[in-house]
Design a protein around this ligand. Structure first.
Ligand SMILES: Cc1ncc(COP(=O)(O)O)c(C=O)c1O
Length: 358
Protein backbone atom coordinates (compact mmCIF):
# COMPACT_ATOMS: atom_id res chain seq x y z
CA UNK A 1 0.00 0.00 0.00
CA UNK A 2 1.22 3.51 -0.75
CA UNK A 3 2.42 5.37 2.34
CA UNK A 4 1.76 9.09 2.66
CA UNK A 5 4.43 10.78 4.79
CA UNK A 6 2.99 13.62 6.89
CA UNK A 7 5.73 13.64 9.55
CA UNK A 8 6.62 17.07 10.98
CA UNK A 9 10.38 16.58 10.78
CA UNK A 10 12.51 14.82 9.87
CA UNK A 11 10.02 14.52 7.09
CA UNK A 12 9.34 13.77 3.47
CA UNK A 13 12.14 14.58 1.01
CA UNK A 14 11.99 14.51 -2.79
CA UNK A 15 12.51 11.05 -4.29
CA UNK A 16 15.27 12.73 -6.30
CA UNK A 17 17.15 13.48 -3.06
CA UNK A 18 16.66 10.02 -1.63
CA UNK A 19 17.63 8.20 -4.81
CA UNK A 20 20.76 10.26 -5.49
CA UNK A 21 21.88 10.07 -1.86
CA UNK A 22 21.39 6.30 -1.86
CA UNK A 23 23.49 6.01 -5.01
CA UNK A 24 26.22 8.19 -3.50
CA UNK A 25 26.28 6.01 -0.41
CA UNK A 26 27.38 3.19 -2.73
CA UNK A 27 29.60 5.21 -5.06
CA UNK A 28 30.15 8.90 -4.46
CA UNK A 29 30.86 11.04 -7.54
CA UNK A 30 32.55 8.18 -9.35
CA UNK A 31 35.24 7.88 -6.66
CA UNK A 32 34.49 4.23 -5.97
CA UNK A 33 34.11 5.24 -2.30
CA UNK A 34 30.96 5.70 -0.27
CA UNK A 35 29.66 9.14 0.67
CA UNK A 36 29.77 7.77 4.22
CA UNK A 37 33.54 7.34 4.15
CA UNK A 38 34.70 10.25 2.03
CA UNK A 39 36.93 12.98 3.49
CA UNK A 40 35.26 16.37 3.76
CA UNK A 41 38.58 17.74 2.48
CA UNK A 42 38.37 15.76 -0.78
CA UNK A 43 37.94 17.86 -3.91
CA UNK A 44 34.75 15.95 -4.71
CA UNK A 45 33.11 16.94 -1.43
CA UNK A 46 34.42 20.50 -1.62
CA UNK A 47 32.56 20.77 -4.93
CA UNK A 48 29.35 19.60 -3.21
CA UNK A 49 29.70 22.18 -0.45
CA UNK A 50 30.42 25.00 -2.89
CA UNK A 51 27.52 24.12 -5.17
CA UNK A 52 25.10 23.72 -2.25
CA UNK A 53 25.94 27.17 -0.89
CA UNK A 54 25.77 28.77 -4.33
CA UNK A 55 22.38 27.18 -5.13
CA UNK A 56 21.02 28.08 -1.71
CA UNK A 57 21.85 31.74 -2.45
CA UNK A 58 20.50 31.59 -5.99
CA UNK A 59 17.16 29.97 -5.13
CA UNK A 60 16.41 32.37 -2.27
CA UNK A 61 17.74 35.34 -4.25
CA UNK A 62 20.08 36.25 -1.40
CA UNK A 63 21.64 39.68 -2.00
CA UNK A 64 25.37 40.40 -1.75
CA UNK A 65 26.62 41.09 1.75
CA UNK A 66 25.09 37.87 3.04
CA UNK A 67 26.73 34.49 3.56
CA UNK A 68 25.16 31.06 3.96
CA UNK A 69 26.71 28.86 6.62
CA UNK A 70 26.13 25.18 7.27
CA UNK A 71 26.76 24.02 10.82
CA UNK A 72 25.59 21.38 13.28
CA UNK A 73 23.69 21.69 16.53
CA UNK A 74 20.19 22.17 15.14
CA UNK A 75 18.02 25.27 15.28
CA UNK A 76 18.26 24.87 19.06
CA UNK A 77 21.95 25.85 19.03
CA UNK A 78 21.04 28.93 16.97
CA UNK A 79 18.81 30.03 19.87
CA UNK A 80 22.06 30.84 21.72
CA UNK A 81 24.34 31.63 18.76
CA UNK A 82 22.09 34.52 17.72
CA UNK A 83 22.30 36.44 21.02
CA UNK A 84 25.97 35.49 21.43
CA UNK A 85 26.74 37.24 18.13
CA UNK A 86 24.17 40.06 18.08
CA UNK A 87 22.87 40.98 21.52
CA UNK A 88 24.59 43.93 23.17
CA UNK A 89 21.95 45.30 25.49
CA UNK A 90 18.39 44.50 24.48
CA UNK A 91 16.51 42.19 22.13
CA UNK A 92 12.81 41.78 21.38
CA UNK A 93 11.05 38.45 20.85
CA UNK A 94 7.66 37.40 19.52
CA UNK A 95 6.41 34.37 21.46
CA UNK A 96 4.33 32.28 19.08
CA UNK A 97 5.18 28.79 20.28
CA UNK A 98 7.43 26.61 22.33
CA UNK A 99 10.37 26.99 19.93
CA UNK A 100 10.02 30.77 20.06
CA UNK A 101 9.85 30.57 23.85
CA UNK A 102 13.03 28.49 23.98
CA UNK A 103 14.84 30.96 21.73
CA UNK A 104 13.67 33.83 23.96
CA UNK A 105 14.84 32.05 27.12
CA UNK A 106 18.36 31.56 25.74
CA UNK A 107 18.65 35.29 25.01
CA UNK A 108 18.00 36.23 28.67
CA UNK A 109 21.54 35.05 29.49
CA UNK A 110 22.98 37.81 27.26
CA UNK A 111 20.94 40.92 27.97
CA UNK A 112 17.49 42.38 28.47
CA UNK A 113 14.73 40.62 26.60
CA UNK A 114 11.47 42.33 25.69
CA UNK A 115 8.52 40.09 24.91
CA UNK A 116 6.68 42.07 22.26
CA UNK A 117 3.59 39.83 22.23
CA UNK A 118 2.64 36.27 23.04
CA UNK A 119 -0.09 33.80 22.13
CA UNK A 120 0.73 31.45 25.00
CA UNK A 121 -2.65 32.22 26.65
CA UNK A 122 -4.42 30.11 23.99
CA UNK A 123 -1.82 27.38 23.42
CA UNK A 124 -0.32 29.48 20.60
CA UNK A 125 -3.30 28.94 18.30
CA UNK A 126 -3.05 32.43 16.79
CA UNK A 127 -0.52 35.07 15.74
CA UNK A 128 -0.74 38.19 17.96
CA UNK A 129 -2.20 41.08 15.97
CA UNK A 130 -0.38 44.38 15.48
CA UNK A 131 2.91 43.15 16.93
CA UNK A 132 5.01 45.13 14.44
CA UNK A 133 3.98 48.46 15.98
CA UNK A 134 5.01 47.24 19.43
CA UNK A 135 8.63 46.47 18.60
CA UNK A 136 10.86 48.97 20.47
CA UNK A 137 13.18 50.95 18.20
CA UNK A 138 16.21 50.67 20.50
CA UNK A 139 16.69 46.88 20.44
CA UNK A 140 19.63 45.11 18.83
CA UNK A 141 17.24 42.83 16.95
CA UNK A 142 13.71 41.46 16.85
CA UNK A 143 13.31 37.67 16.73
CA UNK A 144 10.41 35.84 15.10
CA UNK A 145 9.52 32.24 14.27
CA UNK A 146 7.92 32.37 10.86
CA UNK A 147 6.18 28.99 11.03
CA UNK A 148 5.12 27.40 14.28
CA UNK A 149 5.46 23.73 13.49
CA UNK A 150 3.60 22.39 16.53
CA UNK A 151 0.58 24.71 16.45
CA UNK A 152 0.13 25.26 12.74
CA UNK A 153 0.41 29.04 12.59
CA UNK A 154 2.52 31.00 10.15
CA UNK A 155 3.58 34.54 9.33
CA UNK A 156 2.91 34.82 5.61
CA UNK A 157 4.87 38.01 5.00
CA UNK A 158 8.14 39.52 6.14
CA UNK A 159 7.29 41.88 9.01
CA UNK A 160 7.86 45.62 8.63
CA UNK A 161 9.99 46.76 11.54
CA UNK A 162 12.69 49.40 11.93
CA UNK A 163 15.21 47.16 13.71
CA UNK A 164 17.29 44.22 12.47
CA UNK A 165 15.17 41.12 12.07
CA UNK A 166 16.16 37.57 13.00
CA UNK A 167 13.99 34.62 12.00
CA UNK A 168 13.78 30.93 12.79
CA UNK A 169 12.56 29.52 9.45
CA UNK A 170 13.11 25.86 10.31
CA UNK A 171 9.78 24.71 8.97
CA UNK A 172 8.97 27.07 6.10
CA UNK A 173 12.28 27.93 4.45
CA UNK A 174 12.07 27.52 0.65
CA UNK A 175 8.28 27.52 0.75
CA UNK A 176 7.79 31.15 -0.27
CA UNK A 177 9.70 34.10 -1.62
CA UNK A 178 11.31 36.08 1.18
CA UNK A 179 12.91 39.49 1.16
CA UNK A 180 16.24 38.46 2.68
CA UNK A 181 17.41 42.08 2.78
CA UNK A 182 15.01 42.69 5.68
CA UNK A 183 16.83 40.20 7.88
CA UNK A 184 20.14 40.10 9.75
CA UNK A 185 19.98 36.36 10.33
CA UNK A 186 17.67 33.62 9.07
CA UNK A 187 18.34 30.17 10.48
CA UNK A 188 16.81 26.75 10.81
CA UNK A 189 17.25 23.04 11.15
CA UNK A 190 17.37 21.65 7.61
CA UNK A 191 15.49 18.44 8.42
CA UNK A 192 12.10 19.54 7.13
CA UNK A 193 12.18 21.21 3.73
CA UNK A 194 15.77 20.56 2.75
CA UNK A 195 17.85 17.66 3.97
CA UNK A 196 18.17 14.62 6.18
CA UNK A 197 18.74 15.47 9.87
CA UNK A 198 22.11 16.78 11.04
CA UNK A 199 22.41 20.02 9.11
CA UNK A 200 21.61 23.55 10.29
CA UNK A 201 21.65 26.56 7.98
CA UNK A 202 22.13 30.24 8.75
CA UNK A 203 21.89 33.13 6.29
CA UNK A 204 23.97 35.86 7.86
CA UNK A 205 24.29 39.54 6.99
CA UNK A 206 28.04 40.01 7.35
CA UNK A 207 27.72 43.68 8.41
CA UNK A 208 25.57 42.71 11.38
CA UNK A 209 28.49 40.85 12.98
CA UNK A 210 31.38 42.17 15.06
CA UNK A 211 29.27 44.60 17.05
CA UNK A 212 29.31 42.86 20.42
CA UNK A 213 32.08 43.28 22.99
CA UNK A 214 31.99 39.82 24.55
CA UNK A 215 34.30 36.98 23.70
CA UNK A 216 32.50 34.52 21.39
CA UNK A 217 33.71 30.91 21.55
CA UNK A 218 35.24 29.98 18.19
CA UNK A 219 32.60 27.43 17.20
CA UNK A 220 29.74 29.78 18.13
CA UNK A 221 31.08 32.72 16.18
CA UNK A 222 29.42 32.99 12.74
CA UNK A 223 32.64 34.55 11.41
CA UNK A 224 34.50 31.30 11.99
CA UNK A 225 32.13 29.46 9.67
CA UNK A 226 31.96 32.25 7.11
CA UNK A 227 35.76 32.62 6.95
CA UNK A 228 36.20 28.87 6.54
CA UNK A 229 33.40 28.21 4.05
CA UNK A 230 31.57 26.05 6.65
CA UNK A 231 34.63 23.79 6.77
CA UNK A 232 36.25 24.98 10.02
CA UNK A 233 35.42 21.57 11.43
CA UNK A 234 33.87 18.47 9.88
CA UNK A 235 30.46 19.36 8.41
CA UNK A 236 27.62 16.79 8.31
CA UNK A 237 28.77 15.43 4.94
CA UNK A 238 25.77 13.23 4.13
CA UNK A 239 23.23 15.88 5.08
CA UNK A 240 25.02 18.52 2.98
CA UNK A 241 24.93 16.12 0.04
CA UNK A 242 21.20 15.58 0.61
CA UNK A 243 20.65 19.35 0.78
CA UNK A 244 22.36 19.80 -2.58
CA UNK A 245 20.06 17.22 -4.17
CA UNK A 246 16.96 18.96 -2.79
CA UNK A 247 18.24 22.33 -4.00
CA UNK A 248 18.75 20.94 -7.52
CA UNK A 249 15.25 19.46 -7.40
CA UNK A 250 13.80 22.76 -6.18
CA UNK A 251 15.40 24.68 -9.01
CA UNK A 252 14.23 22.20 -11.63
CA UNK A 253 10.68 22.27 -10.25
CA UNK A 254 10.42 26.06 -10.61
CA UNK A 255 11.94 27.38 -7.38
CA UNK A 256 10.24 28.93 -4.38
CA UNK A 257 7.57 30.67 -6.48
CA UNK A 258 6.27 27.29 -7.60
CA UNK A 259 6.64 25.82 -4.10
CA UNK A 260 4.49 28.65 -2.79
CA UNK A 261 1.79 27.97 -5.38
CA UNK A 262 1.79 24.28 -4.51
CA UNK A 263 1.72 24.81 -0.75
CA UNK A 264 -1.29 27.10 -0.96
CA UNK A 265 -3.07 24.61 -3.21
CA UNK A 266 -2.39 21.67 -0.86
CA UNK A 267 -3.23 23.59 2.32
CA UNK A 268 -6.46 25.03 0.86
CA UNK A 269 -7.58 21.55 -0.09
CA UNK A 270 -7.04 20.19 3.41
CA UNK A 271 -8.40 23.18 5.34
CA UNK A 272 -11.55 23.14 3.17
CA UNK A 273 -12.17 19.51 4.07
CA UNK A 274 -11.53 20.13 7.79
CA UNK A 275 -14.07 22.98 7.68
CA UNK A 276 -16.62 20.99 5.67
CA UNK A 277 -16.41 17.61 7.42
CA UNK A 278 -18.88 17.39 10.33
CA UNK A 279 -16.46 15.30 12.40
CA UNK A 280 -13.57 17.76 12.49
CA UNK A 281 -12.62 21.37 13.20
CA UNK A 282 -9.41 23.37 12.75
CA UNK A 283 -7.37 24.43 15.80
CA UNK A 284 -6.36 27.74 14.21
CA UNK A 285 -9.53 29.74 13.70
CA UNK A 286 -8.30 32.80 11.81
CA UNK A 287 -7.47 31.70 8.23
CA UNK A 288 -4.88 34.51 8.03
CA UNK A 289 -2.85 32.83 10.79
CA UNK A 290 -3.00 29.31 9.39
CA UNK A 291 0.17 27.52 8.40
CA UNK A 292 0.54 26.21 4.86
CA UNK A 293 3.15 23.71 6.09
CA UNK A 294 1.70 22.13 9.25
CA UNK A 295 -2.07 21.79 9.27
CA UNK A 296 -3.68 21.03 12.64
CA UNK A 297 -7.19 19.87 13.44
CA UNK A 298 -9.17 18.11 16.14
CA UNK A 299 -12.44 16.20 16.42
CA UNK A 300 -15.59 18.29 16.74
CA UNK A 301 -16.84 18.24 20.35
CA UNK A 302 -19.70 15.78 19.72
CA UNK A 303 -17.35 13.30 18.00
CA UNK A 304 -14.44 13.41 20.46
CA UNK A 305 -14.69 9.71 21.24
CA UNK A 306 -13.90 8.88 17.58
CA UNK A 307 -10.35 10.29 17.74
CA UNK A 308 -8.56 7.00 18.21
CA UNK A 309 -10.80 5.26 15.69
CA UNK A 310 -9.97 7.87 13.04
CA UNK A 311 -6.27 7.60 13.80
CA UNK A 312 -6.40 3.81 13.33
CA UNK A 313 -8.55 4.14 10.20
CA UNK A 314 -6.16 6.68 8.63
CA UNK A 315 -3.08 4.67 9.58
CA UNK A 316 -4.58 1.58 7.96
CA UNK A 317 -4.97 3.64 4.78
CA UNK A 318 -1.28 4.57 4.73
CA UNK A 319 -1.45 8.00 6.40
CA UNK A 320 1.79 8.23 8.39
CA UNK A 321 2.69 10.82 11.02
CA UNK A 322 -0.66 12.61 11.41
CA UNK A 323 -0.82 12.46 15.20
CA UNK A 324 -0.90 16.00 16.58
CA UNK A 325 1.80 17.17 18.97
CA UNK A 326 0.95 16.13 22.55
CA UNK A 327 0.49 19.77 23.62
CA UNK A 328 -2.27 20.32 21.03
CA UNK A 329 -3.75 16.84 20.57
CA UNK A 330 -5.80 15.80 17.57
CA UNK A 331 -4.07 15.64 14.21
CA UNK A 332 -1.39 17.41 12.23
CA UNK A 333 -0.51 16.90 8.59
CA UNK A 334 2.78 18.42 7.48
CA UNK A 335 2.64 19.35 3.81
CA UNK A 336 6.25 20.23 3.08
CA UNK A 337 7.54 20.95 -0.42
CA UNK A 338 8.25 17.32 -1.24
CA UNK A 339 4.75 16.12 -0.32
CA UNK A 340 2.82 15.45 -3.53
CA UNK A 341 -0.70 16.82 -3.97
CA UNK A 342 -1.85 13.18 -4.32
CA UNK A 343 -1.04 12.58 -0.64
CA UNK A 344 -3.32 15.42 0.42
CA UNK A 345 -6.04 14.12 -1.93
CA UNK A 346 -5.67 10.68 -0.31
CA UNK A 347 -5.98 12.16 3.18
CA UNK A 348 -9.07 14.15 2.18
CA UNK A 349 -10.65 11.03 0.67
CA UNK A 350 -9.89 9.14 3.88
CA UNK A 351 -11.58 11.87 5.98
CA UNK A 352 -14.65 11.78 3.73
CA UNK A 353 -14.86 8.01 3.93
CA UNK A 354 -14.62 8.07 7.71
CA UNK A 355 -17.37 10.68 7.87
CA UNK A 356 -19.60 8.50 5.67
CA UNK A 357 -19.09 5.61 8.11
CA UNK A 358 -20.49 7.74 10.93
C1 LIG B 1 10.23 26.15 14.26
C2 LIG B 1 11.23 25.25 14.90
N1 LIG B 1 12.29 25.78 15.52
C3 LIG B 1 13.23 25.01 16.10
C4 LIG B 1 13.12 23.64 16.13
C5 LIG B 1 14.19 22.83 16.80
O1 LIG B 1 15.01 22.34 15.83
P1 LIG B 1 16.25 21.37 16.12
O2 LIG B 1 15.69 20.07 16.53
O3 LIG B 1 16.95 21.36 14.80
O4 LIG B 1 17.08 21.99 17.20
C6 LIG B 1 12.04 23.02 15.49
C7 LIG B 1 11.92 21.56 15.47
O5 LIG B 1 10.96 20.96 15.08
C8 LIG B 1 11.07 23.85 14.87
O6 LIG B 1 10.01 23.31 14.26
Amino acid sequence: MKKHNFYAGPSILPQYTIKNTAEAVLNFAGTGLSLLEISHRSKEFQAVMDEAQALFKEILDIPSGYEVVFVGGGASLQFCMVPFNLLNKKAAYLKTGVWAKKAQKEATAFGEVIEVASSEDKTYCYIPKGFEAKVPTDVDYFHITTNNTIYGTELHKDPDVKVPLVADMSSDIFSRQIDVSKYSIIYGGAQKNLAPAGLTFAIVKVDALGKVERHIPTMLDYRTHIDNGSMFNTPPVTAVYGALQTLKWLKAEGGVKEMERRKVEKADMLYSEIERNKLFKPTVLDPADRSYMNICWIMNDEYKELEKEFMDFATAQGMIGIKGHRSVGGFRASTYNALPKESVEALVACMKEFEAKH
